[in-house]
Write a protein that binds this ligand. Structure first.
Ligand code: 4AZ
Length: 829
């Protein structure tokens, strides 16, 4: 409508203007043609008079003025064009960074000096060779130049050349610059001799080891910092002393840091980098990061580790050769940013061990991953040969925060273990596990399966009686741990996997005059509580607060979730009311029992997460700027980047949110296992906190007290915009709800087998009411009887199909993650 109106009003004006302009142009434009006619007129007039009438605006002046004007215009246009071409050229430049080994040239220390004749000669030779390779390839039209950045010595002999290759082309055709294609041109140019079966071939006359060639896409900013044109805070260190620490420190409080630290050690040795602290803006490695490379240039396939969050825990990494590169990037510093670290030169270690185990059963020694306590580098290997003195004794391995399971068809993420010719895959967990090998001769090989360096491993070993794995009087958890029989069912999760709770008989003496309290596991003694509080008699204020209690300003521990938020003030300073405004306690009547559509505003913590503009997962509001969701929603390169995600809050009909915010940060649980869906939990930080004015429509749900047990048979609600039936091909436009029952863990284990203590099951035996695709990450909300508040008992995680009889939905058990949530969202406490 606006467009039509403007068309009508502009027409008459157009006519007028063009009429006028035609007259003016015809008068001036045809001047030269009219000259013969005007001349006589001009001649007949007295000269003075002409000068008086138009002393300046005569025809020549006008022509002159027009010429000057056109000249200025041409210069401006040319300048703009030049600027545009220049800009386009830099925008369309493609940078590739790589390395290869020249085998037949001996290294001289002079190669370390960029100005030396030796360096310049080799650099020029290599550049000419690379020029020839690409100018005779399909990329010749776009090839611009190659630059040798470093020449170093290699433990395999010869020279290791680090270089850049630059191409320029319009963006539209950028897709032909696939990384593999550019690398393939270089590799294919090496002519190897099939007969003598060596990986060394001739690259335009240079003897190059084919296996050493790496070429990856790189960044323009890295290009300028590493070739020396933009020094910034880049440094080059050469370390030739073993057992000496070389400090590396950099910090700034404003501006930007783009630092490249190139570390070179004595050939044949390795570099151990120890990072003491990193101050960095946490942003999932998009802009700010500390990256450690196993080379001298930022070649992404050689990255050993990336740190993208501030840390004060000592972390150390070992290179696989005598080179390492550390890049620290903080393009927009708002508060103190920097690193404190040091590096050492260490000898290469062979990890081959023969271990004779003693006859006494029990753990007697420790083995560890290569270069422990450092992260162990990619491709590193370790072997152990164990022998027990008797054939009745096997080998028991106690893994600290680690677990191994039979290798499935999928690849291993954190370590290949070959144990007596059987393959296992490792994963990190938050407890100990025991693996027993019923053989007195055990051959173990560990190999790093990750592309990056992997977390250090510590394993205790010892012998055990093959016919009786657990000592008499103890109980064997399914994780392999033996726990004293008397510790079962006492409220402490001894087995970690809850296998000790499956057939739980109460072993704790009964309460005297009252029964056990059903809900709210209590404080002080950590055991189930008596209704009359008799068990808490010895529990004094001097006992430090445990994770179910909190300290008031007067140093007294109060039970969380007791009188909190109900109007009664527990702490004189009101500190107990800090997390009060969650899980609004209005009656559940608002929900339509048995119905499918919810009422608008009934689930104010429900969030829809959109990936690249489409609904992808659910989440729950837990504070002004934090959401809780499922880790599997963010698994994979693209999904783990917060940039394409937006959170839609206060929404009923899909797409009509009252509030939307981009996602600033995604924190996936560090133990998330994409094969078993264990630890399927993630926190999301909003870029913009939702405003107070929307508190009627958006409200956080309460996080349960840490370790709170759920009760089978309890009724809770699952909500989301996911598919309404397994066969549907799209989600629901209106927010759906379904009332589901919490299942007994034993029943769920017998259905699915692989149910860990981080999971809980809910559904109805007939099927029908269940979560489905698209609901993942959304809430399983349970109403607490004591105060009517809504508690986030679960997060939609997985299940066999949707609504199938006897296959309940599986949810992440939120009460197991309370300390983890508080680590990132301390304001919730
Ligand atoms: C999913 O793919 C999904 N029936 C979520 C929950 C269930 C199945 C699938 C449970 O997001």
């Amino acid at each position: 409508m606006d467009k039509a109106m403007s068309g009508v009003s502009s027409k008459p004006a157009d006519v007028n203007i063009s009429n006028i302009s035609i007259q003016v142009v015809s008068a001036q434009g045809k001047l030269p043609g009219r000259r013969p006619q005007r001349k006589p007129i001009g001649k007949s007039r007295p000269k003075k008079q002409i000068k008086k009438k138009a002393p300046f605006w005569n025809v020549q002046s006008k022509i002159l003025l027009l010429t000057v004007f056109l000249f200025i215009l041409a210069i401006t246009a040319w300048t703009l064009l030049w600027l545009y071409i220049n800009k386009t050229e830099s925008k369309d430049a493609f940078y590739f960074v790589g390395m290869f080994r020249i085998t037949n040239i001996e290294f001289h220390p002079e190669y370390r000096q960029k100005e030396s004749r030796e360096f310049l000669t080799v650099a020029q030779t290599v550049q000419q060779v690379v020029n020839l390779v690409y100018t005779t390839s399909a990329f010749s039209k776009f090839y611009k130049q190659s630059v040798v950045a470093d020449v170093s010595n290699s433990s395999k002999g010869g020279l290791l050349i680090h270089f850049w290759v630059v191409f320029v082309m319009p963006h539209a055709k950028g897709h032909i610059f696939c990384e593999d294609c550019v690398a393939a041109v270089l590799k294919d140019s090496i002519q190897t001799n099939i007969i003598n079966r060596t990986s060394v071939g001739s690259l335009q006359g240079l003897a190059v080891d084919m296996d050493s060639v790496v070429l990856n896409a790189g960044l323009r900013s890295d290009y300028s910092s590493t070739i020396g044109s933009d020094k910034g805070c880049s440094r080059h260190f050469y370390a030739d002393h073993l057992s000496r620490c070389y400090p590396l420190e950099i910090s700034a409080t404003s501006g930007r840091l783009m630092c490249h630290f190139k570390l070179v050690a004595l050939v044949g040795h390795l570099i151990r980098l120890s990072i003491e602290s990193v101050q960095i803006e946490a942003d999932n490695c998009v802009m700010d990061s500390l990256a450690i490379y196993d080379s001298l240039l930022p070649i992404h396939s050689t990255v050993l580790y990336r740190i993208c969050e501030p840390t004060r825990t000592l972390l150390s990494f070992v290179s696989t050769n005598n080179l390492m590169l550390l890049t620290f990037k903080a393009p927009q510093i708002r508060r103190l940013s920097g690193i404190r670290a040091y590096f050492e030169v260490i000898p290469e270690q062979k990890c081959e061990n023969n271990v004779l185990v003693k006859e006494i059963t029990g753990f007697e020694g420790k083995i560890s991953s290569p270069y422990y306590p450092s992260y162990y580098p990619p491709k590193s290997k370790c072997t152990w040969k164990f022998q027990t003195p008797l054939s009745t004794l096997g080998i028991a391995l106690k893994f600290h925060n680690y677990s191994i399971a039979k290798k499935s068809v999928k690849g291993c993420e954190h370590g290949w273990w070959e144990i007596n010719e059987h393959m296992y895959c490792g994963s990190y967990v938050d407890h100990q596990t025991i693996f027993r090998v019923p053989s007195h001769l055990v051959h173990i090989q560990l190999q790093c399966s990750s592309k990056l360096s992997d977390k250090p491993l510590l394993v205790e070993y010892g012998s055990y009686n093959i016919s009786q794995p657990c000592p008499v009087g103890s109980f064997r958890c399914s994780s392999g741990l033996c726990i004293p029989q008397a510790q079962r069912c006492d409220g402490v999760n001894d087995c970690f996997d809850e296998s000790d709770e499956l057939f739980c008989v109460t072993l704790k003496p009964a309460c005297n005059a009252s029964s056990f309290r059903q809900h709210d596991p209590l404080v002080c003694d950590g055991f189930r509580d008596c209704e009359d509080g008799q068990d808490e008699q010895n529990c004094t204020q001097s006992i430090p607060c445990n994770n179910r209690t909190f300290k008031c300003g007067n140093d007294i521990c109060f039970r969380k979730q007791s009188a909190k938020c109900d109007g009664a003030v527990d702490c004189p300073d009101g500190s107990d009311e800090a997390g009060c405004s969650c899980g609004g306690s209005w009656p559940a009547l608002l929900r339509v029992t048995g119905g499918a559509d919810t009422q608008e505003g009934a689930w104010p913590w429900q969030v829809s997460l959109h990936f690249l503009g489409s609904a992808y997962c659910g989440a729950s509001v837990i504070s002004r700027e934090w959401l809780l969701s499922a880790a599997h929603c963010f698994h994979g390169n693209r999904l783990s980047d917060p940039t394409p995600w937006t959170a839609h809050l206060g929404m009923y009909v899909q797409g009509n949110a009252k509030f939307t915010s981009p996602v600033k940060r995604i924190v996936v649980h560090e133990y998330y296992n994409s094969q078993t869906f264990d630890y399927d939990i993630a926190l999301l930080q909003l870029s913009v906190a939702w405003p107070d004015t929307l508190k009627q429509l958006i409200q956080p749900i309460c996080i349960p007290p840490a370790g709170q047990k759920v009760h089978s048979g309890e009724r809770c609600w699952v909500t989301g915009w996911g598919r309404r039936h397994e066969a549907d091909n799209k989600g629901s436009p209106v927010l759906q709800q379904a009332e589901v029952e919490l299942f007994d863990q034993t029943v769920c284990v017998s259905t699915y087998g692989i149910i860990t203590s981080r999971m809980l099951c809910a559904g109805v035996l007939s099927g029908k009411r269940d979560a489905c695709r698209g609901d993942s990450g959304g809430p399983l909300s349970c109403r607490r009887k004591s105060d009517g508040k809504w508690i986030l008992a679960g997060i939609v995680s997985w299940g066999h199909g949707c609504g199938r009889p006897n296959f309940p939905g599986v949810y992440t058990r939120v009460s197991n993650f309370v300390p983890w949530i508080h680590k990132y969202v301390p304001s919730l406490l």
